[in-house]
Design a protein around this ligand. Structure first.
Ligand SMILES: O=C(O)COP(=O)(O)O
Ligand SMILES: [Mg+2]
Length: 230
């Protein structure tokens, strides 16, 4: 059975773009500047997906539950932002991303991007990777009062495009995406190659999984009226 949807929303980090190398490099340059030990890229990758503030906090303390000292956190933020600004646009799309977006667009699906990344990074990254023009709407972690796992960014995109949440799917890499999609009432499909805090996705919590994005189109079907072009 295929999911009848008009709108396909994509997470960015760990789904469209392999941002972990550049995020880890920026985080490590921040840690060195603060006189702290560097962390392995694989560890920093598990901190991606809940926004930049959480990433910085976890690099400083190893936990989002443990708050870094306020002065240290204040010092860390501009350092991370400067270092990440310097290398962010080097991130490359994962295998299958470009053909998948081309095919979905050609078949008439509406496309959007919804990330917890700050706005100032999102568009340059998508532009540099040649992906920006695929998306009618791009929502970042600081575009709205709430970010994923809150449903607000997904509901906002649906409303803006005049699509019901039940006629939309979010393709993502993490439990943050799954929770946001469930709360919004959208379908959710996940990829296994992303960052999900170092954990495997629980397949019981998603509508489908794909190995790469080229498989997404085979899971979907446009509602009948749209297929007839009316
Ligand atoms: O947490 C981030 O900065 C980015 O996360 P996302 O693109 O996977 O939502
Ligand atoms: Mg992600």
């Amino acid at each position: 059975m295929r999911f009848q949807v008009k709108l396909v929303m994509f997470d960015l980090d760990g789904t469209l773009l392999d941002t972990a190398p550049q995020i880890a490099e920026a985080a490590n340059r921040m840690l060195v500047a603060l006189g702290k030990p560097m962390l392995p890229q694989a560890q920093i990758a598990t901190y991606i997906g809940e926004g930049v503030q959480n990433l910085i906090k976890r690099c400083l303390t190893g936990s989002v539950q443990v708050e870094p000292e306020a002065d240290l956190f204040a010092q860390a933020q501009p350092l991370y932002h400067d270092f990440y600004t310097a290398n962010a646009t080097q991130s490359q799309p994962f295998a299958g991303v470009v053909p998948a977006l081309q095919q979905l667009k050609k078949q008439g699906y509406r496309l959007a991007c919804v990330t917890n990344k700050p706005e100032k990074f999102t568009l340059p990254l998508l532009q540099q990777a040649g992906l920006a023009d695929f998306f009618e709407v791009i929502i970042s972690g600081d575009s709205l009062p709430k970010k994923k796992p809150d449903p607000l960014p997904l509901l906002h995109i649906c409303q803006k495009l005049g699509v019901l949440p039940a006629e939309a799917v979010l393709v993502g890499d993490s439990e943050t995406d799954i929770q946001a999609a469930h709360a919004a009432g959208c379908f959710v499909v996940t990829v296994p190659y992303g960052y999900n805090q170092g954990r495997e996705i629980d397949v019981a919590t998603v509508d489908a999984t794909v190995q790469q994005l080229t498989e997404v189109v085979n899971l979907l079907e446009l509602p009948a009226l749209l297929k007839q072009g009316s």
